[in-house]
Design a protein around this ligand. Structure first.
Ligand code: NI
Length: 425
């Protein structure tokens, strides 16, 4: 489809500069310069809009929206093993699908065009992506003791089968990796095995790491190494690896994470809500580590709203470091955009409003009261935005939300199905 966004402001533009953005198929076909033979099938009036790349929610568990506001204000271990795990064990794929659709609804409404998922229900996320049109990087969460562990083998098999299944869903814009859950749910040999499989099949790895003080202390006691040093020693950095959290780090860890294969994904709301602390994001950036931003699942956040997350990230970094320059508005946007696109393997394809890049774009209402006066749009996005200033969301050249109306999702149905799914909790 050919789409013209006319007279719109881009993020880096001075006040008063307006541009025309031409979209053809899945890509941006031109800025200000009309491509040859281009006739727009849809024209979006951008005169009161800001246009920017869609955000990448670089760590979440989309199916977990069904647990939103269900198990709050509990210690981490009790929350995960006492409340969430038992319910997850009884959850059906259909419930997981509707939970994922609910997450996608919130993400499209708040300007997320791609998310990195770790799930437990094969094929449900692929289906939800195909049905909604959003982009995703999907990893089936795997746990196991060692390479002979039957449960671990089954989960890995499901992960590989899902990659095959996705070929039957041509409308799903998805990529895949392997998702060893964490060092406290995966044994040493199992982690080594996952690393070998990932290298063999050229699949990135997505895992939780160094999230809690308890995890850090246990790893030091058991392996005599920090969590980062431990997974590095198992060969997990030989492929692109996404490390969610990284709250508890040593000086040596900072050096190890400064690796072209590593992207750390910070989740400030989840870390604070579960009482896990503040990831040293400002320092990581200074050390040259690539950092992206995620919300984590809806039971430890409890929103999947990347604008809210950006606000929390910058404010907590300033507060925790007693330094108002710890993370500027510009740096915050860079984390959310550059870090996210790299984590998703899209660094060269998306993340900029430029000719030839993916048409994964969002428009925001420049006239929103919390954006006035228009001194700095970057400050507005990092400090003032609620996420609901997003009016239009485009993924792969397809309009998923037009003037705040969802085009691919029946919201009422999603809410109803989710309510039905949780009625048995
Ligand atoms: Ni997580």
């Amino acid at each position: 489809m050919n789409i013209l966004i006319s007279n719109v402001r881009l993020l880096d533009d001075e006040r008063g500069v307006r541009r025309d953005v031409y979209i053809s198929g899945s890509r941006i076909a031109g800025i200000d310069e009309k491509p040859e033979g281009f006739t727009p099938e849809v024209t979006i009036d951008g005169s009161h809009r800001l246009c920017m790349p869609g955000l990448v929610n670089a760590h979440t568990h989309a199916y977990m929206s069904v647990f939103r506001n269900y198990a709050d204000d509990l210690p981490f271990e009790e929350w995960l093993f006492g409340k969430i795990d038992p319910l997850e064990g009884r959850m059906t794929p259909e419930q997981a699908y509707w939970g994922t659709m609910l997450s996608i609804t919130e993400m499209i409404r708040t300007g997320t065009t791609c998310f990195i998922d770790m799930h437990m229900f094969p094929n449900t996320c692929v289906r939800a992506c195909a049905d909604s049109g959003i982009r995703a990087f999907i990893t089936r969460g795997v746990v196991g003791e060692d390479r002979r562990d039957e449960g671990g083998q089954r989960r890995l098999r499901e992960a590989f089968e899902e990659i095959e299944y996705a070929k039957s869903e041509p409308k799903a814009h998805v990529r895949f990796g392997l998702g060893p859950h964490a060092i406290y749910t995966c044994g040493e040999d199992f982690l080594r095995y996952v690393g070998e499989l990932a290298a063999e099949r050229q699949l990135p790895i997505n895992m939780h790491l160094a999230e809690t003080q308890f995890e850090y202390d246990s790893c030091m006691k058991e392996h005599g190494m920090s969590p980062v040093a431990y997974v590095k020693s198992l060969g997990l950095f030989h492929v692109p690896v996404i490390l969610a959290h990284c709250v508890h780090l040593t000086d040596e860890d900072m050096e190890s994470l400064c690796d072209p294969n590593v992207t750390v994904v910070t989740n400030p709301a989840s870390n604070m809500k579960l009482g896990n602390g503040f990831a040293p994001v400002a320092r990581m950036l200074k050390e040259g580590i690539c950092v992206g931003l995620g919300t984590d699942g809806a039971s430890s956040n409890n929103a999947l709203n990347m604008f809210r997350e950006m606000g929390l990230l910058t404010l907590t970094q300033k507060g925790a470091n007693l330094d108002c320059l710890a993370l500027t508005a510009e740096e915050t946007l860079k984390v959310a955009l550059d870090g996210g696109y790299r984590a998703a393997g899209l660094a060269d394809e998306g993340g900029r409003v430029e000719k030839g890049r993916l048409a994964d774009l969002i428009l925001l209402d420049e006239e929103a009261p919390n954006f006035q006066p228009k001194h700095s749009m970057k400050a507005a996005l990092a400090y003032s935005s609620t996420g609901f200033e997003v009016t239009d969301t485009i993924v792969n050249g397809e309009i998923l939300m037009r003037d705040r109306r969802l085009m691919t999702i029946d919201e009422e149905r999603v809410n109803g199905e989710v309510a039905r799914a949780v009625s048995g909790f």
